[in-house]
Write a protein that binds this ligand. Sequence first.
Ligand SMILES: Cc1ncc(COP(=O)(O)O)c(C=O)c1O
Length: 669
Amino acid sequence: MLAALFASLDPLNSVPPPVFRRTISRYGDRGGRATPSVRGGGAAACRSPRAASRCGANDPRRPGDADHAQIVPSPRLLPWSRGVGRWPHRPRGPEGRRADGTASRRPRGGLGRGRIRPRERCPASSARAHHLHGRRVAGPLLRHGWRRAQARLRRGRTLHLRRRDAHLRAPSSLLVRTHDGGASGEPAHHDRARRGGAARTDRGRDRRRRADAALPERKLDVLHAQFRVLPMTGAGAGDAGGSAGEGRYGLMDRRDWLRLGATGAAALGLPACAAWEGDAPSAELPPLEAPAGTGDADWDDVRAHFLVEPGTAYLNNASIGMPPRQVVDAVAAGYRAMAELPARGRSDLSARIAEHVVPGLADLFSVRPDELTLTRNASEALHLQSVGVALSAGDEVLITTQEHPAGRRPWEFRQVREGIRVNEVFIPSPLPPEAEILSRFEDAITPRTRAVSFCHVTRGGHLYPVEAVCALARERGLVSLVDGAQAVGQFPVDLTSLGCDAYSVSLHKWMLAPAGTGFLFVRRDARDRIRTAFAPDATAEQPQFGPPGTAAFPVRAAIGTAVDFVAALGLEAVEARCRHLSDHLKSRLAEVDGVTLLSGARDRSAPGSTIFEKEGLDAVAAVGAIEASISSHIDEHQRDGHNAIRVSTHIYNTTEQVDRFVEALAILH
Ligand SMILES: Cc1ncc(COP(=O)(O)O)c(C=O)c1O
């Protein structure tokens, strides 16, 4: 029945034997002692007589025998094995030749050789290393899993491989974990530890067999593999792959999480997944959850996730944020994956971006995934949104006097190239009340105005009434374009209810993503007014806003880790913590002679950024002096007619760091 199920799920089941085949045999169950062995590759996978004998090609028992369980690739998930990928599938003969006699073009040692090299065959590797396709995999886990598989087979039982976990898109390692009866989800390394490590050692087959026999019945999950189990026939075959039809194909989240973000998985308090050794969750990291309060002690555990050197107070988060440890690890793991197996590494990372990163961002900012385009930063997104608006010579665009150059330059570019006019509306600093801001915008709109372009939060930390300005723009039939570089990650932002047509984001500031990340949001029903700058064949369904070409996949994939990190805390908690620190700073600044606060009240200032002037103190000189004296990083804000200092505090800063800064400031002249 299950065979039928698999067949029905996979219409290509009947194609010639897949390139990869892993056979787990149980010998001697009709009398003699069981002697488990793992054999790599079936006839179709073998390249040489030696390989053929090693992989069991000459074994008279063929798939479907009562004492065989096979793990074979899903042709559906290995595009090249069904003739649509780079390496069209053809049945292969034992001499590296296809069955039709032509020479194989597949590079030796490339994907698809499907061979596990246990330790004995890999003397150069560390004691517990196994290799598959040249990739080091978790030896203990792997052996542990194989042994469990073999033990079950010897006992006439079947393997429970969940199809969801066995989704396998590219040839790779097989990584398994075992856990009791299915409910615990306990990683295999815990399991090993509990058993005192006897079975994990490699001190001889007898010992392993004894350990296997002593184990209770267990379930085996495949965490990472490109194989699936074909149902056995005969005794014990009934439930092989029993849940196979329930899962979903092609989900990368679990595997990718394992690979790229596993360090953070445990730390984030997400379901614990075993990963291979390089990705093992760091024991020192406390679990990540929203702290109960806003005080320093409440955020101690969160602070432990950051790598900043002790003694350094980084108070310049509006410039660039500090990614937490797991984001740094995810970037490194991504580059490693691409260096080890470029093609597969890249496709895995792309899948993670499409299936985890973009949906995660869309969820956090309340938009549809197809409304987001990843960019390198806010500047790139701002350029794309500005040049995308259809304008003719003489048309006008309204910006404010507080725009960042990244929000101003694209319009100046169009002014020079296309003859559009850029008008500026003067917005004072500190920020006036909302009604005054709105009336300033209203007064500046002319019959030729076509678009308004302004910040959600300025680089000085002023918080604009963005919903009201967007509503005004809509009323007047204008395109509204927002610079959200300083907003996202500091407080919850619902892009849909803001009502803007486009919104540009930096993810490497308050969102704690790796440097070189951002996105552009274009509302779906604004696609007739904002178009791509690149693709002549773009349509409303495929707007193609993103620049073409190779992206920094590992960096982009690691955005997902940052999103998970922030989401685990909750943006409300981040806002409250940032507000706590800036409130503390403001109250301490009030004690310093000559200080004038330029940041407005709560409804007009961002939670984390504070600007102020100190009489007689040059802001640029102060930045250097503070860094040299107390190793605190701040920024100057000599603009809008001010000689101001900017202090931007994020969740990991402390009131003690703020105090230290204020004390140093007090004695600076
Ligand atoms: C308001 C504002 N817009 C845009 C940018 C540019 O951001 P990015 O460096 O991500 O391009 C900045 C950077 O500080 C900014 O403060």
